[in-house]
Design a protein around this ligand. Sequence first.
Ligand code: TPP
Length: 576
Amino acid sequence: MATDPISGGEAIIRCLENEGVEYIFGYSGGAVIPIFDAMVTTNTRIQFVLTRHEQGATHMADGYARATGKPAVVLVTSGPGATNTLTGIMTAHMDSVPMIVLTGQSVTPMIGKDAFQEADIFDITMPVVKHSYLVKESNQLPRILRESFHIATTGRPGPVLIDVPKDVSAGDCTADLHAPMDLPGYRPDTPEYEPADVQEMAEMLSKSRRPLILAGHGAVMSRAEKEIRRLAEKIKAPVTTTLLGKGAFPESHPLSLGMLGMHGTAYANKAVCECDLILNIGSRFDDRILGNPAQFAKQARILHIDIDRAEVYKMIRPDLYCVGDAREVTAELAKHVPELDTGDWIERLAKYRRKYPLRYRKQGGLKMAHIIDELYKMTEGRAVVATDVGQHQMWAAQFYRSDDPHNFLTSGGAGTMGFGLPAAIGAQFGRPDDLTVAIVGDGGFQMTCYELATARLHNLPLKIIVMNNHYLGMVRQWQELFYEDRTSGVDLEGNPDFVKLASAFGVKGFNLRRSGDVRKVLGRMLEWNDGPCLINAEVEKTDNVFPMVPAGKALEDMMIDPPRKGQKLDKPTGST
Ligand SMILES: Cc1ncc(C[n+]2csc(CCOP(=O)(O)OP(=O)(O)O)c2C)c(N)n1
């Protein structure tokens, strides 16, 4: 049904409203003025959040989507504005986060002619989007917007790019704003799983004496937490998760083994080595959790549930797989599987838990693990935690246990430094009443710290802890362990005074220097109620994260404690 003409920009805003969008995160520019203009002329209830950099906008949108489970929207201009979103798009893509990125583009007659601020963002982002569009006519906008939300949120979610030339956003649109979709080749909602496969999985599970459930991000995305809990409790199977699967099973539950893999718990890694069956629910068997794929879970039969057929056989050859939605398949499986007697197995793992607990020394200098452990206790595990990438990220994953699948936000697949602060801001927008804490390294924080201005402007009650070890800690750890302590390119000499930096943005800052002050300073931070506040934690410079499985080694080769002084370790061969 044709309507009176409205501008392409207005059509975009109205279609976003139809999708229930609350926020657009972005940055302005010439090629998107018609869309910004429509935000004024349409009197929309959507709020625009002007960030300080387009990368910040993408991570904010990402954090919003991860914390709320809803798709998020980014709007930026053409050329450099569009290319500045690349890292954020890749981050969302690697972790299957639903995001719509609207980029401005030069007017259609100038495309391909090196016009001012022209970039071929469609092709540049091609390997890191789920789908992309270049809109050629204003009347295509309603259909494309509808399709983009459908594609971004269904099946395996991911980012969708919509490149909008300026004449398209400025032109007339007469198309129905509820235009029908036209996606004949895309049917992710078709229930693909075979009931017979599930039945067979149940039979294999019923013969297992040492079962282990591994939950990944797919379990989080499909909201399978209740079903996983039901299944785990019925068969009394221990559950371990990937970094992004944190919270898919409550980490405070007695059956939880926490995270596995490179910096996972010793008892989770032992469980993988000794189990007789692994049920993988929605994890893509990332190399950080496999160690050496050829050596992974040698005694176990492997069952793999994934919504994306491309993940099956990619890293591991399963004994049986089922392509389908993690929640549906797990629910079905729980119906068919009998109760199991796993008493001996649970007791064996309990011994490992007692022998190799996660630990840190309280004496000596201030430790990141100590701060995170106290934060966990003081907030009773209820905070939404967003991290950057590095040692602090791994300690946060180990010590901030999560019982909620939407409370631990981190860049897992891409490992993007600079993610933590903007992701926490996005999460706080989406969940204004929840306590949100960004735990960041001094390196990563400096990549996006300008977004303090965004947090302050909107008076978000966000808490930020900068783990200031004056090093790019995780890289220094590798150099110390595997390159005879030849540190190179990791000394963050010249760090600013982070409390003064915060103050320049109007953000309250506290210094934390001594272990004895951890509770006191965290308490001040938690009580602060005038917008964002930050702790500069002067932590020990050369502390290292353990357990550690060197990249490319088998989980059996895990180092539970630091190696002896002077002990020479092989250089890791696996991906770094
Ligand atoms: C954008 C980006 N650049 C480089 C890296 C490689 N890298 C991974 S961890 C790390 C060190 C992080 O240092 P910091 O932010 O201070 O955190 P820490 O490890 O000290 O906790 C680096 C450089 C990365 N992951 N992302």
